[in-house]
Design a protein. Structure first.
Length: 534
């Protein structure tokens, strides 16, 4: 049996149990045929074999993005980019919005994304009156980089029917200045402002393709979507049918209460799950929101914030409601996960999981916790005992680390996304970006796991940094394990699917700064190139 493709001439990082590094890899069809020494693998060369000389570059398993919002990333490309350093002040925000207004028909929405008030000169959120100065003829809505805080102008507030007399909804609040709404909305309050802020089907299809192309460019071949496609499953299926979505998708379904969970279970059983799986989409966990954002900050913490002794975050629901949702999902045979950032929220989820597993034992449920950010040793030990998988975001330190040190203090930051502690305790932590919250770029993700370094050069607890091989494992095998696909993908071993990425350098011998600068030269899915750097 001869190979259809051979990669040789550089390190082949297998991510097998021994972290073996090979000299060459052979593919036949869509599966890995062999890995090993160059001489052994080249024996599989036939007259039709394509041989790619790595020229010292590194071949790795196609990377796995374990938590992101794919359609949100794509639709953001249709809006105004307000991320630092593109904008540095509220005046910069106004200028960017005015430019967009000049080319947008009156009455049409203007959407902006990615601003971070902590990095703006004014050190505050833009408000309705700032946005009104950019346009009063367009409804305007901006989303903070975390996605947990937004701001609307006066026209958008009017269209949503939200007034100064509108009460704060459960799990959210409106900022008020002298009794008036400022337009800034936290957590669930955003939902009241965005009722008519909808994207059309054509925009969503473009968004799906934009996300697919950018992920492949960064070496990702599998992606765990954190809920955006569940809101638009037809868009996902159309994109796959059109060849615009090539990634292997693990689809998370967001539920808010027992009623919405029951509706989703019925919908999946009525044929939706079968339609998705026919297209290669694996239906993943049921997900519930418990608390807010790490960088807002609105995360629910055991102790008040260092930056504000009167604040310890926000909760979306109480323990009784959370217990019911987790137990219903668990007994229905589903993996269950949650958005939990603060240690208080993580503890609530572990309590709910333990109760469900005690009452209804079930082999290998692999429940997850998305983010699992502030996680001290007592919670780490419970995670290991319960077999829970944390889904971490090392790249958050790059963009948000300075704010973490300010808001939570150095001691708590030592326990944020504690990758080394997780791995040393045998917890298969998986890595992700939570894009578009921050950068999906694979070089920044790996670099951040190695350094935990902020944009300003501060290091958020060096003792929790990991090695390059562990960083790669977090982005490959552990990601596959978190979505029950470790038998198909996650490592470069014979019999597994030939999903691979070729990095532009020998990453195993590179310094952290060199890791930060690498690019992806090629990405393969099923043994076929789906991205080649020009």
């Amino acid at each position: 049996m001869k190979a259809t493709l051979i990669l040789t001439g550089g390190p082949v990082v297998s991510v097998d149990a021994a972290n073996t590094v090979h000299e060459a890899l052979a593919v036949r069809g869509n599966k890995i045929l062999a890995v090993g020494t160059r001489d052994r693998v080249m024996e599989l060369r036939g007259p039709g074999t394509e041989v790619i000389d790595l020229r010292g570059r590194t071949a790795v398993q196609g990377l796995i993005e374990s938590h992101c919002h794919m359609l949100s990333f794509g639709t953001n490309q249709l809006g105004v980019n307000l991320k630092y350093p593109n904008v540095r002040s509220i005046e910069d925000v106004k200028v960017a919005l005015k430019k967009k207004a000049a080319v947008t028909p009156p009455g049409s929405w203007i959407r902006g994304w990615g601003y971070d008030h902590s990095k703006l000169t004014e050190k505050r959120h833009p408000n309705r009156w700032d946005l009104d100065q950019a346009s009063t003829e367009h409804p305007v809505y901006l989303s903070r980089t975390c996605g947990h805080i937004g701001v609307a102008n006066s026209l958008a507030l009017k269209m949503a029917g939200v007034t100064d007399e509108t009460s704060d909804p459960p799990g959210g609040r409106f900022e008020r200045i002298d009794g008036r709404l400022s337009g800034v909305a936290f957590e669930a309050a955003q939902g009241l402002l965005r009722g008519s802020d909808r994207f059309g089907c054509d925009e969503l299809r473009k968004a799906a393709k934009a996300c697919n192309d950018y992920w492949l460019k960064n070496g990702f071949t599998s992606s765990s979507d954190a809920g955006s496609f569940a809101s638009h499953p037809d868009v996902l299926m159309d994109a796959i049918d059109a060849g615009d979505m090539k990634l292997r998708i693990y689809m998370t379904i967001t539920v808010h209460d027992l009623e919405s969970e029951e509706k989703w279970l019925q919908r999946l059983q009525s044929g939706l799950r079968e339609k998705l799986e026919q297209r290669g989409v694996k239906v993943g966990p049921l997900k519930v929101f418990i608390d807010g954002s790490s960088s807002g900050p609105t995360a629910a913490t055991r102790e008040p914030y260092t930056s504000d002794p009167e604040d310890s975050g926000m909760l979306y629901l109480d323990q009784q409601d959370l217990d019911g949702i987790v137990e219903r999902g668990h007994t229905s045979g589903y993996q269950v996960t949650c958005h939990a950032v603060g240690d208080k929220a993580i503890e609530m989820m572990l309590d709910a999981i333990e109760r469900a597993m005690t009452r209804h034992p079930r082999p290998d449920p692999r429940h997850r916790i998305e983010h699992c950010a502030i996680c001290p040793p007592d919670l780490q030990d419970r995670i290991r005992r319960l077999g829970v998988i944390p889904i971490a975001q090392p790249v958050f330190f790059h963009e948000f680390g300075d704010g973490y040190l300010r808001n939570y203090g150095p001691q708590r930051v030592r326990r944020m996304f504690p990758a080394r502690s997780f791995l040393e305790k045998g917890i298969p932590v998986a890595a992700s970006s939570d894009s578009p919250v921050t950068f999906v770029d694979s070089n920044l993700g790996l670099y951040s796991a190695l350094t935990r370094r902020t944009m300003t050069g501060q290091v958020c607890a060096e003792e929790e940094t990991v090695s390059i091989t562990d960083s790669i494992r977090m982005y490959t095998y552990n990601g596959a394990y978190a979505m029950f696909r470790e038998n198909d993908v996650g490592s470069l071993e014979p019999g597994k699917l030939a999903d691979m990425a070729v990095l532009s350098a020998d990453i195993l011998s590179a310094t952290p700064d060199e890791v930060r600068d690498f690019t992806v030269d090629m990405t393969f899915l099923d043994g076929k190139p789906v991205y080649v750097r020009g």
